[in-house]
Design a protein around this ligand. Structure first.
Ligand code: UD1
Ligand code: CA
Length: 458
């Protein structure tokens, strides 16, 4: 028998007050739906169907084609969202977990636990519940005098007494798939909200089936994200969980409340991370490196013993023993060679730099291939853009580029070239040459007086 997951993610998320569909909203730079999808992938689930609707392309783009998509064109509630999966799911035999797309903190352990509980107990429907000190907004679990679940009542429909119940519906249900499609159409339209509530399934199934609950103690994992405030709570929770795990693995994090590390970042032991640092995407940081303070690294690889401070690094790679910053900006596939020194106010874009090269101050290096042991003087610029197209600069090994040099691309500079400071290089420079591309200086003896009036003569 197979294990299925259905994720309801068709809603707009009106309470978010943003245009982006709620389930695509990022937490630590990763869309909510992606957390859910990745944790389902890690769990015992064999096949996943996601219900999409509002701006469905955005969600489908995030997840790709490894799941089934059911389209709910008009969002008529969580019950209706399940009804639209009929064509894909009804004939399948197995156990189905139903999850909401706005609960990003549910991990694979919770999924496996509730699935196994459902099977061990031979239930027909299992509702995952939890208790919140402040359950406002959640559907409440109503139990009879024997303690068995009777129904789920949405917060707005609760009586004063019911509002005091702390046990809530997490929005995770496990059900025998064949039964799901026998009962789902029995859900009636809620006249007040003009929606089909999935929660009605409890009362519908109670008379004929085994309906049970499983209470999860760690309530943080099942919080529903409905607005931007709850995004911040989810982010805070995730940050702590992630940072703690890295610290236990031997990563030293200074002032962890100011350090944000994404879910898919991998960091080796013996790394130090200083305050106000963000590391996100699928970044990798290798042993011996020191990162921060005030640094942002996204989807980049930092090799061993690298020092990065006060810098921005996006989609780039820094090889071993290099130093970067303060105030450097590496982006779009910059590859910084071993033992490079990339210093103050240096921007490097889409360039591959050989080992031992230095650009210590005020430089722009874009669309280049640069050799070993090159020195970019202060103010060096690869002039890669002519207003229409980007062009490439190729620089050999052991080149000395004097201060304030413009290399007008496309251009290539051979090995062991020396470029005089202030040059604007428009032609290729052959190996071993000295290039001087500036006006020769003229000194006119005793001539300055024509421009400067001595102060005494005023
Ligand atoms: C829902 C539950 C509530 C539970 C809470 C847990 C219902 C009626 N209520 O309330 O009992 O305590 O979650 O967080 O089920 N969706 C669709 N199509 C729709 C409507 C919603 O796909 O027509 C999706 C949304 O994209 C969202 C999820 O279902 O990801 C939940 O919808 P939401 O409106 O957030 O439900 P809650 O009011 O939080
Ligand atoms: Ca919700």
């Amino acid at each position: 028998m197979k294990n299925f997951a259905i994720v309801l993610a068709a809603g707009k998320g009106t309470r978010m007050r943003t245009e982006l569909p709620k389930c695509a909203f990022p937490i630590l730079k990763k869309p909510m739906i992606k957390y859910i999808y990745e944790n389902i992938e890690k769990s015992i689930i064999d096949e996943t169907t996601i219900v999409v609707g509002y701006q469905k392309e955005i969600l489908m783009d995030i997840i790709g084609d490894s799941v089934n998509y059911a389209v709910q064109s008009v969002q008529k509630g969580t019950g209706h969202a399940l009804m639209v999966t009929r064509d894909i799911m009804a004939k399948k035999r197995g156990t189905t977990i139903i999850m909401l797309g706005d609960m990003p903190l549910v991990d694979d352990k919770v999924i496996n636990k509730v699935m196994n509980y459902h099977k061990d107990k031979d239930n027909d429907l299992t509702i995952l519940t939890t208790k919140f000190a402040q359950p406002k907004g959640y559907g409440r679990i109503i139990r009879n005098e024997h303690g068995n679940i009777e129904s789920i009542v949405e917060h707005n429909d609760c009586t004063f007494e019911q509002k005091r119940i702390n046990e809530v519906n997490t929005g995770i249900y496990v059900i025998n798939n064949a039964i799901l499609f026998k009962v789902i159409d029995k859900i009636k339209l809620n006249e007040k909200k003009q929606e089909y509530y999935l929660t009605d399934i409890v009362e519908i199934m109670k008379p004929d089936y085994r309906v049970d609950t499983f209470e999860l103690w760690d309530n943080a994992k099942v919080m529903g994200v409905n607005d931007l405030y709850s995004i911040s709570i989810a982010e805070h929770y995730l940050r702590n969980v992630i940072n703690r795990q890295h610290m236990l693995n031997g990563v030293s994090i200074i002032t962890p409340s100011t350090v944000t590390i994404g879910y898919n970042v991998s960091i080796e032991s013996n790394v130090i991370i200083y305050p106000n640092t963000y590391i996100t995407g699928d970044s990798v940081i290798k042993s011996g490196s020191k990162i921060g303070p005030n640094t942002e690294i996204h989807s980049s690889v930092i090799h061993n013993n690298v020092r990065v401070q006060h810098s921005l690094i996006f989609d780039s790679e820094i090889k071993s023993d290099a130093t970067v910053g303060p105030f450097a900006h590496l982006r779009q596939g910059a590859v910084i060679g071993e033992r490079n020194r990339i210093g103050n106010f240096v921007e490097i874009k889409k360039s591959i730099i050989g080992e031992g090269t230095k650009a210590s101050h005020l430089a722009y290096i874009g669309d280049t291939i640069t050799g070993k042991n090159v020195n970019f003087g202060c103010g060096s610029i690869t002039v890669n853009y002519d207003g229409i197209k980007k062009h490439q600069t190729i620089i050999g090994d052991d080149v000395f580029i004097g201060c304030n040099t413009n290399l007008i691309a496309p251009v290539s500079v051979g090995d062991r070239v020396f470029i005089a400071a202030g040059s604007t290089v428009t032609k290729d420079v052959p190996k071993g040459a000295l290039a001087i591309a500036r006006n020769r200086q003229i000194n006119k003896e005793d001539y300055a007086k024509n421009f400067i009036t001595p102060k005494d003569d005023k």
